[in-house]
Design a protein around this ligand. Structure first.
Ligand code: ADP
Ligand code: MG
Length: 398
């Protein structure tokens, strides 16, 4: 904010939003007060009328003075009761509003898993197949996957490439069943993944999301979350650190694996053990290590795992993943071609469709193909510093 001098802009925006909120609140208050005054006026008028009537009757000796006293007590009792009733009704209206939101949320959660019929999940032996999958994030948003037919063969290292916005990360979200396809099916050895119990199904996957979470926890915990049952297993954590190329860096942290990767907590000991902040690339390695805690799962999915790494670290990480996952199903998504050029199978996604697939050499044999075009664009200036990423070739995507 200082560098761009946007303080005044943000302050003005905040004040104008506050003014709108205060205005709405004032309006609601005024309405309520008006209703209160109206109700009180009616109630006082009725009571007064009743009292006059009672006095009139008493003057004509039709009722006694004691009856007037009784009337006054009864009237105030009824008034008090009505006030409590009105308060309870307004409370009920407000509670109903909140409850409706609660029910809506719970229904959304239920709808997500309701299709499960709990077939047990077999080990993947043939392939994961996207069978004419159409997907959009909501009915009023554009299609992201437009009839995607994609095969991720079991036991192979598959690269999935495409420009920004092509729908690559969406594929990962669908595979994790964070969303369901709008149309079409995703098949696991021929079985629709919707028929699996979602929790059981997810234990067969290890996913490194593109927007991984940086938890305000220690290094050990940040990695151990990949497999909570092994969070205290030093061998497992060490292997994951090693796999992500983070072992050396971890040793140089002030409290090694127990270092807090956050500075939002006070250490209370004069700052001796206060947390550290990692760089973007280091966090990406932590996320990779978290995924590697599950290196024995059926299927590993890595979404742009090296986008923030330097060239050396990128090559090292890809090499380790390939070695670690030899003979097991692994899919690596990338917008840069380097991490996937050696993949046993490369799928090229464009506008939510599979446009090309094959090995590097096969794809390069089509000079007009998207793959070879991207390859030339990325390698063309790669002799000097700052080779352009595919992003810049067609900025913005769709
Ligand atoms: P890629 O990973 O290939 O760069 P994504 O799959 O992340 O692309 O996104 C594809 C398109 O879907 C983008 O245009 C993006 O704006 C849109 N998109 C992604 N996530 C959401 C979401 N949660 N809601 C609405 N649109 C989304
Ligand atoms: Mg993405």
């Amino acid at each position: 904010m200082r560098a761009y001098g946007v303080g005044e802009f943000v302050r003005t925006r905040m004040l104008s939003e506050l003014r709108v909120m205060n205005g709405l609140e004032r309006h609601a208050d005024q309405r309520q007060r008006f209703l209160q005054v109206a109700a009180a006026t009616v109630s006082v008028a009725m009571a007064t009328l009743g009292l006059l009537l009672a006095v009139n009757l008493a003057v004509r000796h039709l009722i006694s003075i004691g009856d007037i006293a009784l009337y006054v007590a009864a009237a105030s009792g009824v008034q008090g009761g009505l006030a409590i009733l009105a308060g309870a009704a307004s409370h009920l209206v407000r509670a109903h509003g909140v409850y409706a939101r609660y029910v809506e949320l719970m229904d959304t959660a239920k709808a997500q898993v309701s299709q499960s019929v709990s077939t047990s999940v077999p080990r993947l032996t043939r392939a994961i197949v996207f069978d004419d999958v159409w997907f959009r994030y909501s009915p009023n948003l554009p299609w992201i996957l437009e009839g995607l037919s994609l095969v991720v063969p079991a036991g192979m290292f598959t690269g999935i490439i495409g420009l920004n916005g092509a729908g690559k990360s969406t594929i990962i979200k669908l595979l994790n069943r964070l969303y369901e396809p709008t149309e079409g099916r995703i098949l696991w050895d021929g079985i629709d993944i919707r028929t699996f119990d979602v929790r059981d199904y997810r234990t067969h996957l290890a996913t490194m999301f593109q927007d991984y979470v940086c938890y305000d926890l220690t290094l050990r915990e940040n990695i151990g979350l990949g497999d909570v049952s092994s969070i205290d297993d030093d061998d497992a954590i060490g292997a994951a650190l090693e796999g992500a190329g983070l072992k050396g860096a971890a040793e140089s942290l002030p409290l090694k694996w127990e270092t807090m990767l956050s500075r939002i907590f006070s250490s209370g000991d004069g700052g001796q053990s206060s947390g550290v902040r990692l760089s973007g690339g280091e966090w990406q390695k932590v996320a990779a290590a978290r995924t590697m805690m599950r290196s024995n799962v059926d299927v590993m999915l890595l979404d742009e795992p090296t986008s923030g790494l330097d060239a050396t670290a990128e090559a090292e990480l890809v090499g380790k993943v390939v070695a670690m996952r030899a003979g097991r199903t692994t899919a690596m998504i990338s917008h840069r071609l380097f991490p996937v050029v050696h993949a046993e199978r490369i799928a090229v996604i464009d506008h939510g469709r599979l446009v090309e697939e094959g090995r590097h050499a096969e794809l390069m044999s089509r000079p007009d193909g998207l793959y070879s075009t991207l390859y030339r664009a990325q390698m063309g200036t790669s002799s000097g510093a700052g080779a352009p990423e595919v992003d810049t070739v067609r900025a913005g995507g769709r």
